[in-house]
Structure formats: structure tokens, C-alpha cells
Design a protein around this ligand. Structure first.
Ligand code: SF4
Ligand code: MG
Length: 320
């Protein structure tokens, strides 16, 4: 497997303006320096509490948001250096599946038109071909042509997410950023949709960046897992290693909140102190230090680098 996407020092800041027409007074540092690679054919799970920058990371990688700093390379091409026309062509390769299947589908369109929209935009599958392609896509996601003329609101949450996935697949993408695609669904439906993601990955050699706020959701589907905190990645490891032996204190805390199937395998719940600090004025040094029980002097002033430790990456002074 080779690097499909390489992310270098990626930052996305949102300006905070004073007054309606006012000048910028500060920034929300939603993504604050990310370095990682997504390999062809893998599922990289991305987890962290809400507000840590996961969605912004996904959107910035796909260039739906313009990075404030840093680069995204797709198969070796720097996306920021492309002309709009070239980027538009490449866009077919990247798709997004959204968290909320209730609001992400246009309620005024029948399902066939929802799914066909990307085909129309990119001028692919003309005439009758389009209808054939839509029916094929419906079947790929476990629906059928009898669903084509109905509206999104006539479907259950799980079925709507299938429609969203069919739409994302329409242009034969290579990379799908799935932003909490099962968070709005009932637990019983979640595993069906996750299984569908896995089947599709195998069938179409897809690469996933799979975003979730909960480690238990990415446990099944991921090959590797990255843990984000306040716009940065604090640990990135093979799934098995991360779950068996988390290194970063934040990963340890998140993991301690995941229920274990065996009640005898008791583990200590690490309760995080306080709330996630504001991404406008993040703490000095290690941004996790106000909540970290292992914090020592250096942590309060020196920002830990995200660096390789054995087979993984971690940003913590305990491993200097
Ligand atoms: Fe805790 Fe220090 Fe490691 Fe930050 S660098 S996670 S404060 S031990
Ligand atoms: Mg989000």
C-alpha cells in the first residue's frame, strides 16, 4: 500500500470578527498543525471529543475549506497548487458522507435525483445511462429501483444514510471522508451501516477517513486510529496496538470510557477533569496539560512534538 493522501502541517483557523463589519480580533484554531498519511485502501479512524476539529480536518483535506497553512498531497499532487479546473476533475475522487442523514439530503428531490445530482454536475452518464446507473447504485447499497421515485423523508435513518452513501459512490471515488456517519442512527442500525462501509471498501478498493467521537465505533472498522485533541493529533497507531496499549494520557482516558464486553475484565475508569479548553486561546505547552493527571513542569511550557515512538506516533513528553 502507498500513501494516497499526505497531510503536512495542516492548519485551519476561523477568524472571529468584532462587530458586523469589524476587524479580526482572534481566531478559532480548529485545526492546528496536523501531519499524517492516509494509505491507499486503509480505514483511518479519527476520534476525539466534539469540537476537537475532526470535521474541519475532513473538510480541509477535501479542500471544501481552504487551509490556512500547510499542504495536502493527493497521490503526490499538492492540491493547493492546482487550477480550479484541475481540482474540479480531481474532486470526483473524493467524496464525503455526512453525519446527519436527515438534513443532508434535499427534501424536495426524489431519491433518484438526489443520487444522480453528482452525475449531472459532472456531465456523466447521459440520458438513459443515468437511470441505469442510479438503479445500480441503489442496489449496491442494499436498496432497489422501487425506491427511486420516493422522497428522503419517506425512509428510515439507516436507509437515508444508504442513500447518502449511494450518492457518494456515484462518481467512483477513491477516498471517502465519513463524518460521524452512524452517530445519528440507532445502535441496532449502526452495525449494519458499518458493515456496508466494509463491504463497499472491499468491492471498490475504497480508502476511508472515518470520523467518530467514540472509540467503540471505530474499533471494528479501522486499520489505524488517530486521536485528536484541540486541533492536533496526540496519538496515531495501528488499531490493535492503540486499544491494547494506549500511550498518550488522553487516549488512555478515552479508552477507559469504552465499555468492555467481559464484566470480569474490570478496568479503571479515568475521569477527565474539566472541559475541553477553548480553541481560541488553547493552553500553553501541551494543550492537554490542565486535564492531565501525569502533567509535570515541562508540559506547561513546552509543546510536545508529534513524533515516532516505536511503531506509532505520539505527542507527549512522557516519551521524550
Ligand atoms: Fe500529560 Fe505532559 Fe503528556 Fe501532555 S505532555 S499528555 S501534560 S504528560
Ligand atoms: Mg463534527
Amino acid at each position: 500500500s502507498y500513501p494516497l493522501v499526505e497531510i503536512k502541517n495542516l492548519k485551519k483557523y476561523f477568524p472571529i470578527k468584532k462587530g458586523l463589519m469589524g476587524k479580526t480580533v482572534n481566531h478559532v484554531k480548529a485545526v492546528d498543525g496536523l501531519d499524517f498519511t492516509i494509505f491507499k485502501g486503509e480505514t483511518l479512524g479519527l476520534v476525539g471529543e466534539s469540537g476537537c476539529g475532526k470535521s474541519t480536518t475532513g473538510r480541509t483535506i477535501l479542500q471544501l475549506l481552504k487551509p490556512t497553512e500547510g499542504q495536502v498531497y493527493y497521490e503526490g499532487t499538492n492540491l493547493a497548487a492546482l487550477k480550479p479546473k484541475e481540482l474540479r476533475r480531481l474532486r470526483r475522487d473524493f467524496q464525503m458522507v455526512f453525519q446527519d442523514p436527515y438534513s443532508s439530503l434535499d427534501p424536495r428531490l426524489t431519491v433518484d435525483n438526489v443520487i444522480a445530482e453528482p452525475l449531472v454536475i459532472h456531465n456523466l452518464y447521459p440520458g438513459k445511462e443515468k437511470e441505469r446507473r442510479v438503479h445500480e447504485l441503489l442496489e449496491i447499497v442494499g436498496l432497489n429501483s422501487s425506491h427511486a421515485k420516493r422522497y428522503a423523508h419517506e425512509f428510515s435513518g439507516g436507509q437515508r444514510q444508504r442513500i447518502g452513501i449511494a450518492r457518494a459512490l456515484a462518481l467512483n471515488p477513491k477516498l471517502i471522508v465519513a463524518d460521524e456517519p452512524v452517530s445519528a442512527l440507532d445502535v441496532s442500525v449502526q452495525s449494519q451501516v458499518i458493515n456496508l462501509f466494509q463491504d463497499l471498501q472491499e468491492q471498490f478498493q475504497l480508502t476511508y477517513l472515518f470520523i467518530a467521537h467514540d472509540l467503540s465505533v471505530v474499533k471494528h472498522i479501522s486499520d489505524r486510529v488517530g486521536v485528536m485533541y484541540l486541533g492536533r493529533m496526540v496519538e496515531l497507531a495501528e488499531k490493535k496496538e492503540l486499544f491494547a496499549d494506549p500511550l498518550h494520557p488522553y487516549t488512555k482516558a478515552l479508552l477507559s470510557a469504552v465499555p468492555v464486553p467481559d464484566p470480569k475484565a474490570k478496568k479503571e475508569r479515568i475521569v477527565l477533569q474539566g472541559d475541553v479548553p477553548s480553541p481560541v486561546n488553547p493552553p500553553e505547552g501541551c494543550t492537554f496539560h490542565p486535564r492531565c493527571s501525569a502533567c509535570f513542569d515541562k508540559c506547561k511550557t513546552v509543546k510536545p512534538e508529534f513524533k515516532k515512538v516505536d511503531n506509532r506516533y505520539v505527542a507527549c513528553h512522557l516519551y521524550d
